[in-house]
Design a protein. Structure first.
Length: 207
């Protein structure tokens, strides 16, 4: 078993995996997969709740002292040709300071508008996040079994035998032929075949 790898969540395999780890990973995936439809429904419900909250905020800010007309139209969040933030031209500091002094008298109203836009944009991002998570859960129902089958197939391909190590079914001198992690001690097979063009076929018998 690899020294640095984790056999349980979050399954940090460091690019290599053994059969033992694959079996533990497969068992965990099988135990978690039935919950994917429930995860999808949860995020769909949450997104719908946030849409209703967004509607209430729109109604509230439309009736405010400084009425706003926020919308969930995605085109309004797109950046301009110059990016998200327009460049502030400051060729003369005196006009800028004059405008700043005027805006100071209206700071409460301007802050209210900034807060309103912030909360509306925050809701938009939360709705999008939950919709994405619901979509990921929905895709996982079909794609997780396919990915696990692909991993199973890769274990039988010789080009992956150095990183997908068969530590149960393919052993040499009672140990896996390859290391599951590069920092582990070299295996007897690696030591026996080091610097040789003809690999050792059988484990040498000790006298």
């Amino acid at each position: 078993m690899a020294t640095f790898a984790q056999t349980g969540p979050p399954f940090n395999f460091l690019g290599n995996m053994s059969e033992t780890q694959r079996n533990a990973f497969s068992a965990w995936v099988a135990s978690q997969s039935p919950s994917l439809p429930d995860v999808q429904v949860f995020h769909q419900i949450r997104a719908q709740q946030l849409r209703k909250t967004g509607g209430l905020l729109e109604h509230f800010h439309a009736q405010a002292a400084v009425p706003l007309a926020p919308s969930f139209i995605k085109d309004t969040w797109k950046p301009t040709m110059k990016g998200h933030f327009a460049y502030g031209y400051r060729n003369d500091h005196l006009p800028a300071m004059t405008v700043f002094n005027v805006k100071e008298y209206f700071r409460p109203k301007l802050v209210h508008m900034d807060d309103a836009v912030f909360h509306m944009n925050h809701l938009r991002t939360q709705v999008e996040r939950h919709e994405d998570l619901a979509q990921y859960a929905n895709d996982g129902v079909q794609k997780v079994p396919l990915l696990m089958d692909r991993l199973q197939t890769m274990f039988g391909q010789p080009e992956y035998q150095g990183c997908l190590v068969k530590d149960i079914t393919d052993q040499y001198c009672g140990q896996a032929r390859f290391r599951t992690n590069q920092f582990d001690t070299p295996t007897p097979w690696e030591l026996a075949t080091r610097g040789s063009n003809s690999p050792v076929k059988a484990c040498p018998v000790k006298a």
